[in-house]
Design a protein around this ligand. Structure first.
Ligand SMILES: C[S@@+](CC[C@H](N)C(=O)[O-])C[C@H]1O[C@@H](n2cnc3c(N)ncnc32)[C@H](O)[C@@H]1O
Length: 229
């Protein structure tokens, strides 16, 4: 296969040996759809989920999930734009989730909003708990997930992961963004296998939703969005 270079927002150069949809994508997705994950849950995610689940079950309005939220800039922006919704940002990195909210709020010029929560949890477990608890999620954002561009890492991408069968049923809308269009094309194909369809368009927002989006735009890279209805 030909090698392709991708510049990331961290200015690192990623080499990928993939120039098209992964040849094992269909096989991997079908296998995961057929055999649901039975991996034990990590205690910290179970605990975090139990706390937020009480709040969600008591809330009478739209739930918006912001997966892989990093420092939570998008979570706060979405909360500001949807004042009647409850927005839940989830990231596995305690460092990112716990960064000083006041400082970041000033930096991303989001007004003080309170209709959101930032949760430290591993989505490989969290997604399964969301489905078991039957959360009704209006919008599910997955903004700039780690791309894992090496071909051998297909199963680290969300659409190649064992939790994809749960992920794909969370959200009346799923909004996925990446600077690697092929990631979205693969996700789109995997979603189609699972019965959901959607289109890919170039992101044209004037205000970046996340720090990674801001970095990609500043370095002249195109950002892409897949919207599954
Ligand atoms: C490339 S960063 C993007 C962060 C943010 N969405 C942005 O655009 O600035 C990817 C994020 O996904 C998070 N992440 C990766 N795997 C995860 C998992 N299994 N559960 C929860 N978060 C995860 C990482 O900790 C990281 O913050």
């Amino acid at each position: 296969m030909t090698k392709e270079m991708i510049i990331t927002g961290d200015s690192k150069v990623i080499i990928t040996n993939q120039t098209g949809i992964h040849e094992k994508l269909e096989e991997v997705v079908h296998r995961h759809l057929q055999y649901p994950s039975k991996k034990p849950y990590q205690a910290h995610t179970q605990q975090a989920f139990a706390e937020i689940d009480q709040i969600v079950q008591a809330f009478d309005g739209d739930i918006i999930l912001d997966s892989c939220c990093g420092v939570g800039q998008s979570t706060r922006l979405l909360a500001q734009r949807n004042p009647n919704a409850l927005v839940i940002g989830v990231d596995k990195s305690a460092h990112r989730v716990n960064r000083n909210v006041v400082e970041l709020t000033k930096k991303d010029s989001v007004e003080q909003v309170s209709n959101y929560h930032l949760i430290r949890a591993d989505l490989n477990d969290f997604y399964r708990l969301v489905v078991q608890a039957k959360w009704s999620v209006a919008q599910h954002f997955v903004l700039y997930p780690n791309p894992w561009p090496k071909s051998k890492h297909l199963q680290r991408r969300w659409h190649g992961s064992a939790v994809f069968p749960e992920l794909i049923h969370i959200g009346k809308e799923i909004i996925l963004r990446s600077n690697w269009r092929l990631y979205l094309e693969e996700f789109q194909q995997a979603a189609d296998i699972a019965g959901r369809q959607g289109d890919i368009v170039e992101v044209s927002d004037s205000q970046p939703l996340t720090p990674f989006e801001a970095k990609y735009q500043a370095s002249g890279q195109k950002c892409w969005q897949l919207l599954l209805g």
